[in-house]
Design a protein around this ligand. Structure first.
Ligand SMILES: NC(=O)c1ccc[n+]([C@@H]2O[C@H](COP(=O)([O-])OP(=O)(O)OC[C@H]3O[C@@H](n4cnc5c(N)ncnc54)[C@H](OP(=O)(O)O)[C@@H]3O)[C@@H](O)[C@H]2O)c1
Length: 231
């Protein structure tokens, strides 16, 4: 039985990860904003036999992230930390706004970094730290996505990838495994209904890939089938 913390747990891929980990017998800490719709997460808690815990944090707030860490420290030892919460601005060149760029960097790159810092002491010595990245973060593949209105999003996920590498190096001498994973194109509010994977298909793949990660994978950027994505 593993203990898994998932941010952005109230909907989309985060909710799917919580449902799948609960169904396979693990302990799950689902993190979401206090005011957000949480019916599905509450329903999961009801059937989880006390294995589902819901904690609140607004990832815009450093204070809120530190309060989350206080609620976790001493109560849980995390085998898996999944920085899943994310936002996507969808602004094209000509419509760009500073606030959208700041929001994307805040939630997609700064918050995961601060969450890792705040929760480091709650991780087991061989914990897996997963950053939910995106294929559009690949600089090598940037031409493929250049026309999509994803500038702020892609830049913020590339910054997340840089943090992933740096955090992996910083944990090189211990047992922790740090990876950036792209979930594929998934049918959620962010991915849209024309996406190629359902949430259930995506999370089954993601959980299988996470389970198979070894120390040799630390610092890698991989897709939902476990293949490496070029930076
Ligand atoms: N879907 C795809 O095709 C796709 C592709 C590549 C990568 N990804 C990545 O996968 C992850 C999950 O995406 P998704 O498709 O499941 O997105 P989603 O359905 O839009 O869900 C986003 C989650 O992030 C949470 N969140 C946003 N801002 C937050 C904040 N300030 N504080 C706390 N939580 C916040 C949301 O909570 P609220 O309900 O409170 O807003 C929600 O739970 C993201 O990192 C995304 O970039 C998705």
């Amino acid at each position: 039985m593993k203990t898994v913390l998932v941010t952005g747990a109230n909907r989309g891929i985060g909710l799917g990860l919580c449902q799948q980990y609960i169904s396979q017998g693990d302990v799950v800490i689902g993190v979401c904003r206090e005011g957000s719709s949480q019916q599905d997460l509450l329903a999961l808690k009801t059937i989880s036999g006390n294995r589902m815990h819901i904690l609140h944090a607004d990832l815009h707030s450093e204070n809120s992230i530190n309060q989350l860490a206080n609620a976790v420290q001493g109560n849980f030892k995390l085998d898996i930390l999944i920085n899943n919460a994310g936002v996507s601005a969808n602004e094209t060149f000509g419509q760009w706004t500073q606030s959208a760029f700041v929001d994307n960097f805040m939630i997609n790159s700064i918050a995961p970094s601060l969450v890792c810092q705040a929760l480091l002491g709650a991780l087991t010595s061989e914990a897996k730290v997963i950053q939910m990245s995106s294929g559009v973060a690949s600089i090598t593949h940037s031409k493929q996505f250049a026309d999509a209105p994803l500038d702020a999003y892609a830049m913020s996920k590339a910054a997340l990838n840089m943090f992933t590498q740096r955090f992996a190096w910083q944990n090189k001498e211990n047992g922790k495994i740090v990876c950036a994973i792209s979930p594929g194109w998934v049918q959620t509010d962010m991915g849209g209904q024309e996406a190629t994977s359902t949430v259930e298909q995506a999370v089954i793949q993601l959980i299988s890939v996470i389970k198979g990660l070894t120390k040799a994978d630390s610092g890698k950027f991989i897709d939902e089938s476990g293949s490496q994505i070029p930076w």
